[in-house]
Design a protein around this ligand. Structure first.
Ligand SMILES: *[C@@H]1O[C@H](CO)[C@@H](O)[C@H](O)[C@H]1NC(C)=O
Length: 280
């Protein structure tokens, strides 16, 4: 991810909201505003002065993490709205939802990406089966020692399996914080960068609510080892996908998948190892 981070320590996010912000978040860029404190809604604002975002102070190793998001309505081309998890350092782990905006009336694309030990560029893109600007939808990841599952309204859209036995790095040794952002991705986001942000439509606003973080919290790496093993961390344990989830995943991949790094011969003449394994 790349965006300009302007630290705003003075602008600490403090809300009495139980589920969202009990553990503390930090902000960057434009100050988020509460459109509806009762519903724990936070608006991120992108204008010509600054991007916006917030992130958790706590870090996690495994968990179920998600949020309701209503995307920028109308003209959103060039904007990228995101929800992601990331660790720090050169060989970092990262899981991304990136919503690529579009000109008015044209569909958003949802891009997901996975970095494990610094190895990334595993983009996949889907169309959504609804208008993500009309209402809130729930975007989440189930992350455990066997797989990372990305879900939209609890429908699995992608599974990244632990293929360490095949030499593919997996996300099981670094704690990640949870972040959101809304920024200018004109260089690449919409039709490969052909369509840019049009500032006459600014400010661009995305609304987030109901931040659900249910994971194994790691404070100053003290609990890293404890979180890493399934015997002491329920979140490390991997529930098998139900028959229904398996069918949903196949339905999404059949109907809505529009880009998959695994089949991009230009970028990967030899597909990465994990691409040769089954999707589940
Ligand atoms: C934007 O709309 C165009 C035309 O429908 C489509 O080809 C494209 O995939 C859409 N999304 C993005 C992010 O470019």
């Amino acid at each position: 991810m790349s965006y300009s981070t302007s630290d705003s320590a003075a602008c600490e996010l403090r809300v009495a909201a139980q589920s969202i912000l009990s553990e503390g978040y930090f902000l960057f860029g434009n100050m988020p505003s509460y459109s509806d404190a009762q519903r724990e809604q936070v608006q991120l604002v992108l204008d010509q002065q600054a991007a916006a975002g917030f992130g958790s102070k706590s870090k996690y190793l495994f968990g179920n993490i998600g949020m309701y998001i209503k995307l920028v309505p109308g003209y959103s081309a060039g904007t990228v709205t995101s929800l992601y998890l990331s660790s720090n350092g050169a060989t970092h782990d990262e899981l991304d939802f990136e919503f690529l905006g579009n000109i008015t009336g044209q569909p958003y694309i949802l891009q997901t990406n996975v970095y494990a030990h610094g190895v990334g560029n595993r983009e996949q893109r889907i169309n959504l089966w609804f208008d993500p600007t009309a209402d809130f939808h729930y975007y989440s990841v189930n992350w455990n020692q066997n797989y990372v599952m990305f879900l939209v309204d609890n429908v699995p859209i992608r599974v990244f399996k632990n293929n360490q036995n095949l030499g593919v790095p997996y996300l099981n040794s670094q704690a990640m914080a949870v972040y959101t952002s809304l920024w200018d991705g004109s260089q690449w986001a919409t039709e490969g960068g052909r369509v840019k942000i049009d500032w006459q439509y600014a400010p661009f606003i995305a609304t987030y609510e109901g931040f659900n973080v249910d994971g194994c919290a790691v404070q100053n790496n003290n609990n890293l080892a404890g979180c890493a093993v399934a015997s002491s961390n329920k979140w490390a344990q991997a529930p098998a996908l139900t028959w229904h989830q398996t069918n949903q995943l196949k339905w999404v991949r059949h109907r809505y998948l529009v880009y998959n790094y695994c089949t991009d011969k230009m970028r990967y003449p030899t597909p990465p190892t994990e691409c040769g394994t089954s999707i589940l």
